[in-house]
Design a protein around this ligand. Sequence first.
Ligand code: HCB
Length: 214
Amino acid sequence: MGKEELLKAVEDALIKLDEGALMKACDDALAGGVEPLEIIEKALTNAMTTIGDLFEKGKMFLPQIMVAADIMKKATAKLEEKIPADQKPEKLGTYVIGTVEGDVHDIGKGVVATLLKVNGFDVYDVGRDTPLQNFVDKAKEVNADIVGASALMTTTMVGQKELIELLKKEGLTCKTMIGGAAPTARWAEKIGADAYAENATEAVEVAKKLVGAE
Ligand code: HCB
């Protein structure tokens, strides 16, 4: 099988919520020489986007979404283990990331964290449904260059705004980045975030620019 077919098999297995087939398809893709990150970034992320669309169209329901999220995390964990240990790039900066309070969505944030790590950032993940003060405390503790906040719902986007205000109030000068399904570049501009990233690849590119590495 060619690379595109191997990736498609991973994508299809996740959409079908077939854990066994998903793990096998991941193994096949790895055996076929596909990089673990590419499987996460392309196949798994695409599948989750499709699942989101199906949910929005009423063709998938919450219990199925929960299964999808669970098996995507398992597949991601398995693939992360396969990232070569000697892939240690030059250190570019320190990034604190989390999903704002009231919001339990953490798949995308996890993918961003993984990609940042393998690209040279020291990443501190403060988790999901995280009180804003926790972001600030961690940023102070590790002297963060960037704080990234994820929000997937229109109701929790306001947490991104409040976080930026809180960081300023506490005198932190680190850069800020936002992402998630609900926010947009326009929202980022409105709330004074330094950057918006639509996906994990863009998050890495933008983060590099923010620390002057590109
Ligand atoms: Co959830 N959910 N959900 N959900 N959910 C969404 C987000 C809706 C859009 C679905 C819909 O109704 N159309 C919707 C929000 C509507 C809105 O406000 N606009 C919604 C809702 C309403 C809810 C509940 C309220 C449902 C309920 O209980 N009635 C509930 C929320 C509870 C709460 O948070 N308090 C809920 C629950 C769930 C789960 C638990 C079943 C599950 C989450 C599991 C988990 O994350 N551990 C879930 C899921 C999976 C989704 C959808 C289907 C997929 C989200 C996802 O993982 N996408 C989503 C539909 C959708 O997004 N279209 C739906 C894939 C990842 C890879 O994409 O966008 O998260 P991403 O991340 C990208 C990108 O945004 C960027 O890079 C990532 C990687 O490329 N990025 C960053 C993200 N964070 C970044 C941070 C940075 O610094 C930089 C870049």
